[in-house]
Every structure is written in C-alpha cells, then in structure tokens.
Design a protein around this ligand. Structure first.
Ligand SMILES: NC(=O)c1ccc[n+]([C@@H]2O[C@H](COP(=O)([O-])OP(=O)(O)OC[C@H]3O[C@@H](n4cnc5c(N)ncnc54)[C@H](OP(=O)(O)O)[C@@H]3O)[C@@H](O)[C@H]2O)c1
Length: 256
C-alpha cells in the first residue's frame, strides 16, 4: 500500500494501522519529501514501490493546485503502477440536504475547498474508490477541530461555532480501519464513510470540550452565513453494508 500524506492526521493513523492489517506500507510523508504535484516524481515513487493500492490522503485546505493537480498526478501514478486508487474526499462537495445525502445526490460545493475537492474527484478514473468523509477527531493527538474547541473553551481563541452547519464527525481510527477494509474490496465510485451522529458544529465542539475537561458552555455559537455549507448529514448505508468496522457516532466515542 502506498499512502500520500503519511505525516497527516489520517495518513499517520493509516500508517500505524495498515501493518497490523497485513499491508506493507510505503508512501510520502508530506510536501518536503515529495510534492504530489510533481507528476514525474510521484509516478517514479509509486511505480518503484509497486503497491496493490494507492491511498491518496494528501491535500491542502487552501490550495486547489495541490488538491486537483496533485490528485491528477497521483491517479496517473496509480494507473502506471496498475494499482487500485482510493481517494479521500469530503462532505463539503455538497452544500445542503433536507435528508441525509447519498452517493446519488448531485454535489454542489459552496466553498473553494469544496470545489477543488469535487474537481479532484473528477480527476480520478472510474475504477477509483472515492471515500467522502467528514470532520476527523479522536486520534493520538487532538485534531485541528478539537484544538479549536479546547482553545476557545480556554479563552485562548475567539471563535464562533456554527449552529446551522450539520456534519457527521468520524473518529479517525474508525475511518482508517474502514479505508483499510475498503482498500481490499473492489468497490468503486463515491462512497460515504462518516460517523453515525449528525450534529451542528457547536454541539460537536461542546462534546469535544467536555471530553477534554473544559466547560462546554464557554463556547459561543452563531450562524455560518451564505458562504458555508448547511446540513451535510451523509447517508452511509452503502458503506455500512460493506464494512465490518463500525462507524461510531461522536456521542459514543466521546461520551455525552
Ligand atoms: N480533517 C478533516 O476534518 C477532513 C474532513 C473531510 C475530509 N477530509 C479529507 O481527508 C483527507 C486527509 O485529511 P487530514 O486531516 O488527515 O489531512 P492533514 O492532517 O492536513 O494532512 C495532509 C497531509 O498532506 C500533505 N501534503 C499537503 N500538501 C502536499 C503536497 N503538495 N505534496 C505532498 N504532500 C502534501 C501534508 O504534509 P505537509 O504539510 O508536510 O506538506 C500532510 O501530510 C484529505 O483528503 C481531506 O480532504 C478531512
């Protein structure tokens, strides 16, 4: 298995767990080692590693070039090596949903990041598995979302947590286990893999704060406005039918 973003939050978790699931792991830690936009470099690295599967987690929230050109380069490299591609994508390829969003619902991002990740999905071949997930938390160290909640509760950060943006956060360990399972299947196309509980960003931040021993009522909520996604509950029933790994909800993982 060849993993991009091995030094990242999900990539690190995959790198730790993959050997336990019987995979030999190679990959790229981050841009200082090899930039995923370097198409020749990434192709040489993947072809030399001769993996069965390439899992592409590397991305940059604020850099469409990394997300789109990088994905194009990684997809081409996987193709050259004859490897299966598992590409990590996001719930923010959608804008809003009256009911949980399924893989058949048309995407329509409202942020630049969402647009770049949708374009990245479209840079993947039809044979790729595209894992759309949600907010990550619960790893060996707090994720940036958890750090934001903790720092805001401590008064070290001034932040409004959106009460009109609903997501399905997933424990990064559950996602890593699911990705490792899915890597060994022949599932292709978009697949929604997120946690069971749909909750707004203030509710999520409050659960995180309480879990880390902070006062949840210290956090302030407010509306995200027109430039933010709204109700992004993901319907993960297809993934659940494929997986042994349980996609737990935040309340089960963090308590509360
Ligand atoms: N985090 C979330 O809440 C969330 C939610 C939904 C979907 N996702 C998706 O899940 C995936 C993993 O997210 P994550 O939170 O684990 O990411 P992360 O912790 O930010 O890690 C990103 C990794 O990508 C690497 N990287 C960035 N630019 C690169 C480049 N040009 N060349 C090579 N490597 C590069 C980074 O290394 P350097 O910084 O050292 O370059 C880092 O190792 C992403 O595809 C993301 O879209 C995440």
């Amino acid at each position: 298995m060849f993993i991009t973003g091995l030094g990242g939050y999900l990539g690190g978790e995959l790198g730790r767990r993959a050997p336990l699931a019987g995979w030999e792991v190679e990959g790229v830690l981050g841009s200082a080692q090899l930039d995923v936009r370097d198409a020749d470099g990434i192709r040489a690295a993947v072809v030399t590693a001769r993996p069965d599967v390439v899992v592409h987690t590397a991305y940059r929230m604020d850099d469409a070039g990394v997300n789109v050109d990088g994905t194009r380069a990684v997809a081409a490299a996987a193709g050259a090596a004859g490897a299966r591609l598992v590409h990590l994508s996001t719930d923010v390829v959608f804008a809003d949903g009256e009911r949980p969003l399924s893989e058949d619902d048309p995407p329509g991002p409202v942020t630049g990041y969402g647009e770049s990740k949708l374009e990245a999905e479209r840079a993947c071949p039809p044979s790729a598995l595209i894992v759309r997930t949600s907010l990550l938390y619960g790893g060996e160290r707090p994720s940036p979302h958890e750090v934001a909640a903790i720092e805001a509760a401590d008064g070290a950060r001034d932040m409004t947590f959106f009460t009109d943006e609903v997501r399905c956060p997933i424990a990064v360990g559950d996602l890593a286990e699911a990705v490792l399972e899915l890597a060994a299947t022949d599932a292709v196309g978009p697949l929604h893999v997120a946690g069971t509980d749909a909750l707004d960003r203030l509710e999520f931040a409050r659960l995180v704060a309480a879990h880390h021993g902070r006062d949840p009522d210290a956090l302030r909520g407010g509306e995200g406005g027109p430039g933010r996604p709204k109700r992004l509950a993901l319907d993960c029933s297809r993934a659940r039918a494929l997986l042994r790994t349980r996609l737990r909800g935040v309340r089960e993982v963090l308590g509360g």
